[in-house]
Design a binder for this molecule. Structure first.
Ligand code: FCB
Length: 471
């Protein structure tokens, strides 16, 4: 089932494979990461890597429109070419397999596979069939996200996620995909990070479609969660053997002082980032504190919606990146108070692995029906350069090691965590930040599309090889 170990070895530079390079990555002997059934993989998303936006009948998405509008994306970058993965997918799968990565999380571009009338686009569908079949041949576990933000523009033109009908169109899309791709998908995730779609897309306008209104954000969130809830039974009916879940980004908020007001601010931060999504999914209700933060923004909820949204999940995908230190804003909200002297990444995000452990153990206490968890994204951006054919991404190696240690601590504290997908397999189009921010464990030279395996990927591969060789 797993990849050929010799292929893994081939990708390692001599200094790594002969052991002459110090190994700052491999987890300690007592780490749960050594368990062979702990899945270790990498993640990507369609718009961030595929390119080929006008090929084989793909329709425009909201990110094509948004990124083509000057001022929305750093340096005017768009996903038109990205990593050219649509044409280079075979080599990319080889690379994934040669690194020994056991799981691959990808997303499907909705505008590539369905036309405006809801009919299948065979050429687009065939791309994903070929890709998923090849991954299965390589023994790689496949985790497929249906919606990683690239809404067909024709649906946005009819209101996008502000229109309840979009949730039903999403269920139709989930139906088509799960009928066509059943048997090649190990895990289906309905949505990636509804918080970003709703809040960054409709609440503050930093992401497509670029609208900015708190009331829009809560209504868009409700329709996104409804879309998720409508899709789950459809996926179950069409592809019973696979796992079904959703992916949420979570944020740690810590109080700037011991004052009651700052403690309350940190609580509200986490309500807005976490409970807004997890409470409806796992408790069947929105957290009332959210409407203290944003008075008068209650979404329109129809009878039965909350039951639909809170249908049981097989897994919960968790994306974690950083923490935010907050203080009271003097009214009913919070404001960021960036800490001085802390380690940060190229994004300016604080490196704070304890936040991942603390949130996971907190969720276990709060949600009695917490499903098994996969960390579906975790990683960092750095200004990586290829020097003499190598990329020495020291900070990333340490980042990954420390976050995997936090995952181990959460497992030891009783949280059921089954796997970890690092973000990302390769440098890619980082949304509003374009190509400047490099999150990959593989470097991309965008002028030649050359892929260079970074040191972090080599060390992950070395660990996976050692783990595989264990009896
Ligand atoms: C997450 C997104 C992912 C990537 C990382 C850095 O919010 O899901 O596509 O951009 O952030």
């Amino acid at each position: 089932m797993a990849n050929d170990a010799s292929a893994v070895f081939d990708t390692l530079s001599p200094a790594v494979s002969n052991g002459s390079l110090a190994d700052p990555f491999t987890p300690p002997a007592d780490s749960s990461l050594w368990r062979k059934n702990f899945l270790l993989g990498a993640a990507t998303a369609s718009y961030q890597i595929e390119g080929a936006v006008n090929e084989d009948g793909r329709l425009p998405s909201i990110w094509d429109t948004f990124s083509a509008t000057p001022g929305n994306v750093l340096a005017g970058d768009t996903g038109a070419v990205a990593c050219d993965h649509y044409h280079r997918w075979e080599a990319d799968v080889e690379m994934l397999a040669s690194l020994g990565l056991e799981g691959y999380r990808l997303s499907i571009a909705w505008p590539r596979v369905m036309d405006a009338a809801g009919l299948p686009n065979r050429n687009g569908l065939d791309f994903y069939k070929r890709l998923l079949n090849r991954l299965k041949e390589k023994g790689i576990t496949t985790s497929v996200t249906l919606y990683h933000w690239d809404l067909p523009q024709h649906l946005e033109d009819r209101g996008g996620w502000l229109n309840r009908d979009t949730a039903y169109r999403f269920a139709d899309y989930a139906d088509l995909m799960s009928r066509e791709l059943a048997g090649t998908v190990d895990a289906w995730a309905t949505l990636n990070e509804p918080w970003c779609s709703a809040y960054l897309g409709y609440g503050n306008g930093h992401h497509a479609p670029g609208l900015a209104n708190d009331r829009f954000a809560t209504q868009a969130m409700h329709h996104l969660l409804l879309a998720h809830g409508l899709a789950i039974p459809v996926l179950r009916a069409n592809d019973p053997a696979s796992q079904k879940g959703i992916v949420a980004n979570i944020g740690r908020g810590t109080p700037n002082s011991d004052s009651a007001a700052d403690q309350r601010a940190a609580h509200l931060f986490e309500v807005q980032h976490n409970a807004w999504i997890l409470d409806p999914l796992l408790k069947g209700a929105y957290p009332q504190d959210l409407f203290e933060l944003w008075p008068g923004t209650e979404p329109l909820v129809l009878d039965g919606d909350m039951q639909t949204i809170s249908a049981p999940l097989d897994f919960l995908g968790i994306n974690y990146y950083f923490r935010t230190n907050v203080a009271s804003d003097g009214a009913h909200g919070f404001r960021d108070v960036p800490l001085e002297g802390v380690e940060r990444t190229q994004m300016g995000w604080e490196v704070y692995p304890d936040g991942l452990r603390d949130l996971l153990t907190g969720f276990k206490r709060t949600y009695h029906n917490l499903p098994p968890i996969y960390i579906t994204e975790n990683g960092m951006a750095s200004d990586d350069k290829v020097i003499d054919g190598h990329v020495d991404d020291t900070q990333r190696i340490s980042f990954l090691k420390r976050h995997l240690a936090a995952v181990d601590q959460a497992i030891k504290a009783g949280v059921d965590i089954r796997g970890y997908f690092l973000w990302s397999l390769m440098d890619n189009f980082e949304w509003a930040f374009g190509y400047e921010r490099r999150f990959g464990v593989v470097h991309i030279d965008y002028s030649t599309q050359k892929r260079t395996v970074k040191r972090s990927a080599e060390l992950v591969a070395k660990f996976l090889k050692e783990r595989k060789a264990r009896v």
